[in-house]
Design a protein around this ligand. Structure first.
Ligand SMILES: Nc1nc2c(ncn2[C@@H]2O[C@H](COP(=O)(O)OP(=O)(O)OP(=O)(O)O)[C@@H](O)[C@H]2O)c(=O)[nH]1
Ligand SMILES: [Mg+2]
Length: 218
């Protein structure tokens, strides 16, 4: 599967990854809107709460030899107290934890979501899956942006690999945040290059997604 020329064929080998990524956070913070913006370049002011879980797939031509399929799991905010998160989180290799910059209570809940995540899913080596914090609806923030040093410290202490101010409405930083998360996931992938611990091959059997990781990319 490694890059380079295929044995004797003269055809460059491509690498294809399927990564399951969770999008979690309180009700109404903009999880569905972020995914819709990222995958479909759409935004709607209308709020319709997600029930249970929803799915979306984003295909990224990472580089000339690498195709990344991001399977985005949009977990309803109301699931925080539900028992289903254990099932939903299974075999995820990365996460976005989202809060709404205009509602302080959603930031306060971030740590609970992160603890819930870390208690239910881990990488093959037992460390937490990379999680990126998203301060969403930054287009609405009236009294300036997040304090960067405070946010950096919060991320260090809370075990986040990084944070971004985002707006699904104005399409701010969503591609950048996704790219950053994928970089972190790929870094873990390099740590587990053998098949047994290959985080790039989640053993998913999802209907209706039925996403597969086949080697026929680019
Ligand atoms: N101004 C602004 N509004 C946003 C943004 N993102 C989402 N919204 C609005 O916030 C509301 C909730 O957005 P959703 O994406 O449905 O929130 P959610 O996190 O999926 O909510 P649940 O499914 O209930 O957990 C909707 O009215 C969106 O239009 C943003 O970046 N800026
Ligand atoms: Mg939703």
């Amino acid at each position: 599967m490694a890059g380079g020329e295929g044995a004797g064929s003269g055809v460059p080998e491509c690498r294809e990854h399927l990564f399951k990524v969770l999008v979690i956070g309180e009700l109404g913070v903009g999880k569905t809107s972020i995914i819709k913006r990222y995958v479909h370049q759409l935004f709607s002011q209308h709020y319709r709460a997600t029930i249970g879980v929803d799915f979306a797939l984003k295909v990224i031509n990472w580089d000339s030899k690498t195709l990344v399929r991001l399977q985005l799991w949009d977990i309803a905010g109301q699931e925080r107290f539900g028992n289903m998160t254990r099932v939903y989180y299974k075999e995820a290799v990365g996460a976005f934890v989202v809060f709404d910059v205009t509602r302080g209570s959603t930031f306060e809940a971030v740590s609970k979501w992160k603890h819930d995540l870390d208690s239910k899913v881990l990488l093959p080596n037992g460390s937490p899956i990379p999680a990126v914090l998203l301060a969403n609806k930054c287009d609405q923030k009236k009294d300036g942006s997040q304090n960067p040093s405070q946010m950096d410290q919060f991320c260090r202490e809370g075990g986040f690999v990084g944070w971004f101010e985002t707006s699904a409405k104005d399409n701010i930083n969503i591609d950048e945040a996704a790219r950053f998360l994928v970089e972190n996931i790929l870094a873990n992938y390099k740590t587990f290059p053998n098949d047994e611990n290959d985080v790039g091959k989640p053993k998913l059997d999802l209907d209706p997604l039925k996403a597969e990781s086949k080697s026929q990319c680019c």
